[in-house]
Design a protein around this ligand. Structure first.
Ligand code: PEP
Ligand code: MG
Length: 579
């Protein structure tokens, strides 16, 4: 049994067999085996070679029938490799001599051969390295029971284990079968984590070297409440967790009973609680969980699941569906936040050296006007169907905001020319998620109807800590006094300018921050839909007076450690079951 501690990013408990998925250039970690396991591993190698050869023969036959000679030749070369006894012997010798897993031995031997090919000057021969990598992948697929496509075609429950997951991979998971997620890399606010939370799949990230301890098919417990992953638990631990899981489900059911009650403090202040969504079908979940609307629709996810660039009608249909589901409740549609970890890097000829500081979000849109205008047209067309607001992300200065607004007006004029109806008075807002925007909030407030504070990026950019990098995850905290000071400034500036203010970063999904946010003056929050009942319960359990007292105390503290532990204790008193 191996217990690993990481960061809990999506609540809940899951116990299932592991399914390991990798990114294609990821090297299988070295994992030692006991000498008694040698024969089992060698047998696994034999089976993998046999099954991979079987799969290829099948494909070769299919190709012969369609008559594609070149591809057939390639398959024939691959098959020769798979039938080569000396190759198989090299792999099994490595297991015998070094006591390593089958997947490690396969990967090591094949990559060594590939590197010899690469060193040869002759282009024809050096290109054969790609064939060897392909054979390696095919064998690993057999050994690890994986491939990305398999995740989409699962027939039994699994815990997905990976070195790192992209938002796209996570968004493609089938919730019916993917019961838990555990990864070496990632942070609480990395986009893959946000998607896991939205899908309601328990997840733990930043486990650093978990993949060195798990083999495909091992039993794994994911404790998404406490940030723990247990590999091959003993029976006592499994029983303990089954119990804990039942209690947690009961708590969730109890919380569900308050979902149609208002989020109102004990002394009568009504708080607006909205949901963050990535896909239109989550809109229904927001309503089921008792949300008052959608405070953040991350529209860029429309790009992440398709092979082609969405056209205006794709945008329109997604927005129209969401707005109709919400029936006049507010829907804040954020314009595309592409770039950084989302979509654009893999499409670029050369990746950006610092993508989070690069051509991301509104900057990307302002350089891709056709795409930006297409989206704005669709948002405006959907605006007649309900209570739609438009929001620009990652604004850093007034000039950028004015450019975005100018484009919005250009699109309005185009629609006027074409007599297409839209809401001319649509509310226009921005996300405050850079220190520059927070510090000039009083200027920006003159130009918009609302602010929404994006604490995920605001924390990352204020503290200079990559939100998805597990190596610095302990430094990433919205409880840092620098971040809190900026949040307070933004709230005060919004109130002075009498514009609406909401907070939509993950901070609003974390129970320990709720009293502080209310004390700072936040009255609208948007959060991950599964967390709505729990946050509502906290709001219904406090008075504003409690919150103001907590906030005064926090503002007098000078270190993140003190603030975080004080807030945790204060929240624990109110909702002990949640901790
Ligand atoms: C944020 O940065 O806080 C935010 C809500 O936006 P995203 O997480 O999509 O970057
Ligand atoms: Mg952001």
């Amino acid at each position: 049994m191996e217990i690993k501690k990481g960061i809990a990013v999506s609540p809940g408990i899951s116990i299932a067999k592991s399914l390991i998925i990798d990114s294609e250039d990821y090297r299988i970690p070295r994992r030692a085996i006991a000498s008694s396991q040698r024969l089992t591993e060698i047998q696994r190698v034999r089976n993998a070679f046999k099954d991979a050869a079987g799969e290829l023969t099948h494909m070769e036959v299919a190709q012969s029938q369609e008559g594609s000679g070149k591809i057939k030749d390639i398959f024939a070369v691959h098959l020769r490799f798979l039938h080569d006894r000396s190759l198989r012997k090299k792999v099994t010798d490595l297991i015998q001599d070094d006591l390593v897993t089958a997947e490690y031995a396969v990967s090591t031997v094949l990559r060594e051969i590939a590197s010899h090919f690469t060193e040869v000057k002759d282009a024809y021969i050096s290109e054969r390295a790609a064939d060897i990598y392909d054979i390696e992948r095919r064998l690993l697929k057999q050994l690890l029971g994986k491939t990305r496509e398999d995740v989409g075609r699962l027939t039994h429950e699994v815990v997905v284990v990976a070195r790192e997951l992209s938002p796209t991979q996570t968004a493609g998971f089938n919730r019916q079968f993917v019961k838990g997620i555990a990864s070496d890399a990632g942070g609480r606010t990395s986009h893959a984590a946000i998607v896991a939370r939205s899908l309601g799949i328990p997840a733990v990230v930043a486990l650093e070297d978990l993949t060195e301890y798990v083999r495909g098919g091992d039993t794994v417990i994911v404790d998404g409440n406490r940030g723990i992953v247990i590999v091959n638990p003993d029976e006592e631990t499994i029983a303990e967790y089954e119990n804990y899981s039942r209690e947690f489900v009961e708590l969730e059911h109890r919380l569900d009973t308050i979902r149609q009650k208002p989020a109102v403090t004990r002394d009568g202040t009504r708080i607006t609680l909205m949901g963050n969504i990535e896909f239109p079908d989550e809109a229904e979940v927001v309503l089921q969980k008792g949300g008052d609307g959608i405070g953040l629709y991350r529209t860029e996810f429309l790009y992440l699941n398709t092979q082609r660039e969405p056209i205006e009608q794709d945008h329109y249909e997604a927005y129209a569906r969401t707005v109709r589901t919400l029936k006049n409740r507010p829907v804040v549609i954020r314009t595309l936040d592409l770039g950084a970890d989302k979509y654009t890097q893999s499409k670029r000829f050369a990746p950006e050296p610092n993508p989070f500081l690069g051509l991301r979000s509104i900057r990307f849109c302002l350089q891709n006007l056709m795409m930006f205008k297409t989206q704005i047209r669709a948002i405006l067309r959907a605006s007649v169907l309900g209570n739609v607001k438009i929001m620009f992300p990652l604004i850093t200065n007034r000039q950028e905001l004015m450019q975005a607004k100018m484009i919005l007006h250009d699109v309005m004029e185009d629609l006027d020319d074409e007599s297409i109806p839209y809401n001319r008075d649509i509310d226009v807002g921005i996300m405050i998620e850079t220190p520059a925007a927070a510090l000039t909030a009083y200027v920006l407030a003159q130009e918009v109807d609302f602010f929404s504070i994006g604490t995920n990026d605001l924390t990352q950019y204020t503290l200079a800590v990559d939100r998805g990098n597990e190596l610095v995850s302990t430094l990433y905290s919205a409880a840092d006094p620098a971040v809190l000071r900026l949040i307070r400034t933004v709230i005060q500036d919004a109130h002075k300018a009498q514009i609406d203010l909401s907070l939509c970063g993950e901070m609003a999904s974390e129970p320990e921050y709720i009293m502080l946010l209310l004390g700072l003056g936040v009255r609208t929050m948007s959060l991950s839909p599964p967390m709505l009942p729990e946050i509502k319960q906290i709001i219904r359990s406090v008075t504003l007076e409690d919150c103001n007292r907590v906030t005064r105390k926090v503002l007098g503290m000078s270190t993140e450690r003190h603030i975080a532990s004080y807030l945790r204790n204060a929240a624990r008193e109110i909702l002990p079951e949640a901790f």
